[in-house]
Unconditional design. Structure first.
Lengths: 361, 138, 380
């Protein structure tokens, strides 16, 4: 019986310097500043990103060599998806897509091809859904490169992602075999208020709210806009979590749906019935996944995939993520992502070599 | 000697057809509780005034059409006059059958109606009571 | 925590009571923590609003309509049809019909009245005036009208005018002790743990009045999410939970609960099943980030268990059945015995009744959820 490779669905590569992507930006943008990659609001009281070391506070993935050297200690899986951050919502037309394209080229040139990493990493294509035409064009542009296996869009969007103007983006992604992943992004351009009631005061509030509240709004919108009906092949993964609240939240959408159905007749079934075929969440330390006594419900566990979010301060290791799970469930969590992602991800995963003997608890 | 088994059919008299407003809804006290009679010309639909969801007085809700889509966002209004919407959580039921139009199907109890001599009757099927049944066991 | 469960007021008459002097009702007490009476017409309410706002509202009325404009309308209407009296007013505007349906029909012993007459407006002084008008109206027409002994009410205040809010709490509570809580409309532009709101909590806690949050969907005001505006009502109703989670997180991490240990906060109509998950999430984040909020002295989940309360309506009805709801409470069952409060949300379209709500819970929690928890909280 062959062992499936374990896969980390989200590792964030960092540039050594924020301006590193500049070399991949066309000359049109010479002399025009772009936001830095670090997130601006709510600096935490601890390092937000695990640093290289005491003498170098840059994030631990600030070069491919660093990631390769620390792989066994920091990542530990057979393979990983590199999801680079972009620079927040950028109001100037063309610049947002340009930053995404430059980020993709940087990833390709510096990371996906690196001899120490190329046999175990694949990349997420960054696109700017605010410009649907440009996003579609970017997907077409990179479609021939099998090392790009997923698509990543910012969690902090400008509108909920089920809104109609985003449909061409999701359609193209599904057509090309990309699962859409939604990731809490870096940078600072313009933004909606980060909470449902304006600006909170502290990072701990922000981190306790933004990842899942934003995810739930997008999810409600995907269902509310009939996106999973229009694009039956679309699959979405929320890389910053939400499995712990998805059923409590979506039960509240199930309940009114049967009655107000005629306002949204493109929703053909209970909202929760779309989840298993279309939505997954990366497990998070904050969701108690590491605590056997307070782990996710059985319904929620079915919707999880493993991703560390390394080098984020609350990255979750494979051991923490699978603590308390029986062997089958642990194997499914760490190695089963390809079953859901399908398409390009599955083809890449099939080529990954599993290293027997990697402890999976 | 025990009476024959099998359902017993009775007709529950709801009164003259002429008393029912054509196109409207009239509540009567049926054999198992309140029943809504919906007269549409010479046809009468009879639904138990009790929603299978949470027991609402479903017959008080509006009778309307509904909206469907043929995929995408193109919406068509259909089935005017055929859909009873519960006044509480607004679930949609077919007036003629009491069945919800969404899955899983839940049903408002609907009675067969017989109109004889211009009077409206509900057809009630009851299990016959069995008399003189020996209830001791060996 | 010592709980003082006092005897109920002598005017409460459970349905089956005989002339026994036994203080325990002959059937379990049902306390409804979310009911919305409305005035017969806008003029009835306006007569209680101080000037110059009364005239301003009357003038706007002719073009704007009744001060109840809102967004994300409920398709098909937001009230139960049978709650509309044939006296010409809107649902729950007739005390007799309301008593018949709510107190008799549904079997509520005591109802907490939350007046949402007049949607919030942007000017805090204007909003304070409308709030005062709402409180005066509620007091005269409902708390001290027919059946008044069966009702308690929340003192509505404007969070963004804390000084006026504090004054209004004093005025209203001194005027009637049937005001038993403070209503803060949570559609604001800073989460409610923010420093400027503190005097409101201080005043409420001093008087032993729980703070009640009940949202609304006011036209154009604070309807956004972290990712913009949703499109349909069916997306928005689940988001009440997100709004309350935001305020709960803010109150925990800004130390509101630590600072006012007697303060109790009730989150109304936001659901309950998300609470245990959020408690875990806050605890885990606090473990790693304590240095940012040193005034938070104990795990967030302890503050929630001690000081936060949540009403049941609209009760979650998982397709998988009540066991799925109970699984969401695994490890947090203590909330069911203390923090979960039954509510109808009468006269709204998705109002709940006790028999259906209690089906979602094991019978050992029925007495507490139906009325025991509210009785302890509101000292009824």
């Amino acid at each position: 019986m062959s062992i499936r490779p374990t896969i980390d669905c989200v590792v964030h590569p960092w540039p050594g310097a924020s301006e590193d992507i500049r070399e991949f930006l066309p000359a049109r943008w010479d002399g025009q500043p772009i936001p830095r990659i670090g997130r601006y609001f709510y600096p935490p009281s601890i390092p937000e990103w695990t640093p290289i070391g005491d003498d170098d506070t840059r994030p631990a993935t600030s070069s491919p060599e660093l990631l390769a050297e620390s792989w066994d200690a920091s990542i530990g899986t057979d393979g990983a998806i590199l999801v680079p951050l972009t620079r927040g919502l950028i109001p100037e037309p063309d610049l947002g897509p340009a930053v995404c394209r430059a980020t993709n080229e940087w990833l390709r040139a510096k990371w996906l091809d690196h001899p120490a990493l190329r046999d175990r990493v694949a990349g997420a294509v960054r696109i700017d859904p605010e410009d649907a035409a440009a996003a579609v064009a970017e997907l077409d542009r990179v479609a021939g490169d099998p090392r790009f296996v997923t698509v990543a869009v910012p969690l902090q969007g400008r509108e909920p992602y089920g809104s109609r103007r985003y449909l061409p983006v999701w359609q193209k992604a599904a057509e090309l075999g990309f699962t859409v992943t939604i990731v809490a992004d870096g940078g600072c351009g313009i933004n909606q208020f980060p909470t449902m009631a304006g600006y909170c005061d502290h990072y701990v509030e922000y981190n306790s709210l933004l990842p899942w509240t934003a995810a739930m709004v997008h999810l409600a919108s995907f269902v509310g806009g009939g996106v999973f009906e229009s694009i039956p092949g679309l699959r979405v993964v929320f890389l910053d979590g939400g499995a712990d609240v998805v059923f409590p939240f979506m039960w509240r959408m199930d309940k009114p749906w049967r009655g107000v159905r005629y306002q949204v007749p493109w929703i053909e079934k209970h909202p929760t019935e779309y989840l298993v075929d279309h939505v997954r969440f990366c497990v998070q330390r904050a969701e108690g996944a590491a605590l056997p006594a307070a782990s996710l419900t059985s319904l929620a566990t079915e919707l999880t995939v493993y991703g560390s979010r390394f080098p984020h301060w609350d990255a979750i290791t494979p051991e923490e993520a699978s603590a308390g799970l029986d062997a089958d469930a642990a194997e499914n969590l760490l190695s089963g992502a390809a079953d859901f992602y399908g398409g390009r991800f599955a083809r890449w995963a099939a080529e990954l070599s599993a290293r027997p003997g990697l402890p999976v608890r | 000697m025990s009476a024959p088994a099998g359902p017993r059919v009775e007709h529950f008299d709801c009164g003259p057809l002429a008393d029912l407003e054509d196109g409207g809804m009239t509540l009567v006290d049926g054999p198992d509780g309140s029943v809504g009679l919906f007269r549409r010309g010479d046809t009468v639909y009879a639904l138990r005034n009790w929603c299978p969801h949470n027991g609402a007085p479903v017959c008080l809700g509006p009778v309307t059409g509904t909206n469907v889509t043929k995929g995408g966002h193109e919406v068509e209004h259909v089935r005017d006059g055929e859909i009873l919407r519960c006044p509480w959580h607004k679930w949609e039921f077919e007036l003629a059958t009491g069945m919800s139009i969404t899955q899983p199907v839940r049903k408002v109890h609907s009675y067969r109606v017989v109109i004889e001599n211009d009077r409206v009757y509900l057809v009630i099927r009851r299990l016959r009571k069995r008399k003189n049944v020996d209830t001791t066991h060996d | 925590m010592t709980s003082t469960i006092t005897q109920g007021p002598t005017e409460v008459r459970p349905h089956d009571s005989t002339d026994s002097n036994d203080s325990v009702p002959s059937r379990p007490l049902t306390i409804d923590c979310d009911v919305h009476p409305t005035p017969h017409d806008f003029d009835e309410f306006l007569s209680y609003v101080p000037e110059p706002w009364r005239s301003r509202e009357a003038m706007a009325y002719s073009t704007r309509g009744e001060g109840t404009s809102y967004s994300y309308y409920v398709p098909g209407g937001s009230t139960r049809k049978e709650a509309i009296p044939n006296t010409g007013g809107p649902a729950a505007s007739d005390p007799y019909l309301t008593a018949e349906q709510l107190l008799e029909g549904i079997g509520v012993d005591i109802a907490i009245l939350l007046s949402l007459v007049a949607r919030p407006v942007a000017n805090p002084v204007h909003e304070s005036a409308l709030s005062e008008g709402s409180n005066r109206w509620l007091q005269e027409r409902w708390l001290h009208g027919e059946f008044g002994d069966r009702y308690r009410g929340a003192i509505r205040v404007c969070a963004d005018a804390p000084d006026r809010a504090v004054a209004e709490i004093a005025r209203a509570h001194d005027a009637s002790d049937r005001f038993n809580s403070v209503l803060v409309i949570p559609n604001v532009l800073r989460p409610l743990g923010h420093e400027p709101y503190m005097p409101i909590y201080e005043a409420a806690a001093e008087r032993g009045l729980p703070v009640v949050m009940h949202l609304t969907r006011p036209a154009g005001m604070a309807l956004g999410t972290p990712v913009g505006f949703p499109q349909h009502f069916v997306e928005v109703q689940p988001m009440y939970a997100l709004l309350y989670a935001t305020h709960l997180v803010s109150m925990v991490f800004n130390g509101v609960f630590e600072r006012f240990p007697e303060l109790r906060v009730v989150y109304v109509e936001g659901g309950i099943a998300w609470v245990p998950a959020l408690m875990r999430r806050m605890d885990r984040n606090w473990e790693g980030l304590r240095s940012e909020v040193p005034w938070v002295k104990k795990p967030p989940s302890e503050y929630v268990a001690e000081q936060a309360f949540f009403t049941t309506q609209p009760i979650e009805e998982p397709l998988e059945g009540p066991a799925a709801l109970m699984e969401a409470f695994a490890g947090a069952e203590h909330l069911l015995s203390r923090n979960i409060l039954f509510s109808t949300d009468y006269p709204h379209w998705d109002a709940d009744e006790p028999r259906w709500v209690l089906r979602q819970f094991p019978s050992e929690y029925h007495g507490a959820i139906r009325g025991g928890n509210a009785r302890a909280l509101y000292k009824l």
